[in-house]
Design a protein around this ligand. Structure first.
Ligand code: LMR
Length: 394
């Protein structure tokens, strides 16, 4: 049996993580995987998380299973955080999942069960694991234009032209905020136009929101998701707590499915719970419990929101500093898009050769498509990256 196996394509983000680890240089700079790091290069446990874990240790009396769909307090708290009051709770199916990736996977499996012919439309480019999972599930897939390589903003005309080809019942996967890998995001007006077009086409939106709070703030980052949830009869939302709660390894995510009416909620919910049972039975609980404790407690929540805001504004300051340094070195404003982008990533526009040059000469690790993790930079390394970009001829 095992002799039939063939090597699988390496995930380029994970392969980069490995290459960085193996580089013996002490002054190397990691701008690869999307993990937040502070100015000292550490991914800290957030203060509210540490406190909630301490409390949990004191009060938790059992490790017996929670509900198959996950702890209801977590599901309620996350639905409120992501969706606000944009959709009636009695239309919402929800399951806790192992991370945002687990939510994406469960969402895709739900689509395949309910509507196997539906094409899933992805932004070009998108997070590489999106097409990878869809391919693995052998589902029909198509791309819509998203990023304008010249302006380094959203190619909105191209996006609308491509989405006009969507057929009734197709699923359109959209990044809720902080687009990965480009950093270019829809404006509120553009969200309105996308919503109107998809509505007219009879498409089903599937939102991946993995960075809420990293862009323009917790509320602003949920704008598009809430707009669509308030408008569409059916929709899927995959949300992650990995980044905004900094609990990457706890694998804490949620999949929500908006049903057309309250009458269809029970069957939606039952199918979601069924998928949990088939794939891993009960979802992980530790991270979910920490999240619901933080969101339900005024002081913990305040501490979390304050620290999240520090993280967000810190990344904005790095964006400004990098754009400024490049303005100084190149005597032009062509890198100002870095300050306009939002979230953890920006795609710089370097060729694979230039990316390799920066890695070899400066020990700077970025994804081959020139995506950088802004949080991998600090005051000391911003000028190093700027100089490397200029020397590479970006
Ligand atoms: C990333 O894009 O770097 C993150 O979402 C981490 C991952 O799993 O790829």
């Amino acid at each position: 049996m095992l002799t039939n196996l063939r090597p699988q394509p390496a995930d380029k983000i994970l392969a980069l993580m490995q290459a960085y680890r193996e580089d013996p240089r002490t002054d190397k700079i990691d701008l690869g995987v999307g993990v937040y790091k502070n100015a000292e290069g550490v991914t800290p446990v957030m203060r509210a998380v540490k406190e909630a874990e301490r409390l949990l240790w004191e009060i938790e009396t059992t490790k017996a299973y929670t509900a198959l769909a996950g702890d209801p307090a977590y599901l309620d708290a996350m639905a409120a955080l992501v969706l606000g009051d944009s959709v009636d709770a009695d239309r919402l199916g929800r399951i806790a999942t192992p991370g945002g990736t687990g939510a994406i996977r469960q969402g895709l499996e739900l689509i395949r069960m309910a509507s196997p012919e539906a094409t899933v439309w992805l932004s070009a480019p998108t997070w590489p694991n999106h097409p990878s999972i869809i391919k693995y599930l052998k589902m029909p897939m198509a791309e819509y234009r998203y990023f304008d390589e010249a302006t380094r903003d959203v190619d909105f005309a191209g996006m609308m032209e491509d989405l006009a080809q969507v057929r009734r019942g197709d699923v359109v996967l959209l990044h809720g905020c902080c687009h990965n890998p480009t950093g270019a995001n829809l404006t509120e007006d553009q969200w309105q136009e996308v919503a109107a077009l998809l509505d007219e086409k009879g498409a089903i939106p599937f939102i991946d929101i993995a960075y809420q709070g990293f862009g323009d703030g917790l509320e602003a980052d949920a704008f598009g998701t809430r707009l669509l949830a308030g408008r569409f009869p059916e929709m899927l939302i995959a949300a992650s707590c990995s980044k905004n709660f900094g609990i990457y390894r706890e694998r804490t995510g949620i999949l929500m499915a908006v049903a057309p009416d309250a009458g269809l909620q029970p069957v939606t919910q039952a199918n979601l719970a069924y998928l949990n049972r088939q794939n891993y039975s009960f979802p992980p609980d530790h991270g979910a419990r920490i999240v619901s404790m933080i969101l339900a407690d005024r002081q913990l929540r305040e501490a979390w929101e304050t620290e999240l805001e520090e993280v967000r504004t810190g990344m904005l300051a790095i964006r400004e500093a990098l754009a400024e340094e490049l303005r100084r070195l190149t005597n032009s404003d062509r890198f100002d898009f870095i300050a306009r982008h939002r979230g953890m990533f920006s795609r710089l526009g370097a060729t694979p050769e230039q990316v390799a040059f920066m890695r070899e000469k400066f020990g700077i690790y970025m994804v081959g498509d020139s995506r950088i993790n802004i949080a991998g930079l600090n005051e000391r390394t911003v000028p190093i990256l700027a100089r490397a970009m200029v020397e590479a001829g970006v």
